[in-house]
Design a protein around this ligand. Structure first.
Ligand SMILES: C[S@@+](CC[C@H](N)C(=O)[O-])C[C@H]1O[C@@H](n2cnc3c(N)ncnc32)[C@H](O)[C@@H]1O
Length: 214
């Protein structure tokens, strides 16, 4: 993953959003709903959204008693769009344009870390370890993983050609390996759900919780 530029830097926000919202993909709606669900379930005060894209689902963060929302993405256009769309309406919004691997937040400071279809593009161990460290006791790491779907491309082909840059860059993450990693980091599985889309694509939504007392 060194040397060549990260392909996410070459995917315009308009292409990404149109691809994700297209009928063939329909994942923008899925991920937005999952963020809403996690916020309603856990009622966090502080949230970190890793790989936030252009703020997909952030409309659900309005009207909650949030003190801090940290939005991280490597793509400057996505982060700028998130900032423009949600500054002033999402409480305590802080935008960080960086590789997650280089981001440091205060340990034990976050109630909910959202990591939806992101660890397929990063070093999972690095990012999950950071997220676990950032959680307060009782805090939750929500992860959406793409599962193998027989006969379907990992990146669904659409008219948005720039998304093809992800082919060969995206790596599916083994759910069992993720559970082992989370367990090693002292997290417990709080919820675990398989999602099968009408498109045939399958996902796993798993929420790991830092115990209240270690
Ligand atoms: C499939 S999208 C995630 C979807 C997003 N959660 C949503 O609901 O639209 C992956 C996101 O992770 C970002 N990303 C990929 N690698 C990254 C990295 N190393 N550091 C920060 N962001 C990264 C991409 O720019 C992109 O916005």
């Amino acid at each position: 993953m060194t040397g060549t530029p990260n392909p996410w830097l070459s995917i315009p926000a308009a292409d990404y959003e149109a691809h994700m919202a297209s009928r063939a993909v329909a994942q923008a709606q899925l991920l937005s709903g999952i963020l809403r669900e996690s916020v309603e379930r856990w009622e966090p005060v502080s949230v970190a959204v890793l790989g936030c894209s252009a703020g997909n689902g952030f409309e659900h963060l309005r009207g909650h008693f949030l003190g801090r929302v940290v939005a991280v993405d490597i793509n400057p256009e996505y982060i700028e769009t998130t900032r423009e769309r949600y500054t002033g309406s999402v409480p305590g919004l802080e935008t960080i344009c960086a590789d997650i691997a280089a981001v440091e937040l205060e340990p034990g400071s976050i109630d909910l870390v959202s990591c939806a279809l992101v660890i397929e593009y990063v070093d999972a161990e690095t990012v999950v370890s950071k997220a676990a460290r950032w959680l307060r006791p009782g805090g939750v790491l929500s992860v959406v993983l793409q599962l193998p779907s027989e006969g379907l491309d990992e990146v669904t082909p659409t008219e948005y050609e720039s998304l093809r840059l992800l082919e060969g860059f995206m790596r599916l993450v083994d759910p069992g390996a993720l559970d082992l990693l989370a367990g090693r980091l002292g997290l417990e599985t709080a919820t675990d759900r398989a999602i099968r889309m009408e498109t045939g694509k399958e996902f796993r939504l798993v929420e790991y919780r830092r115990p209240l007392s270690a």
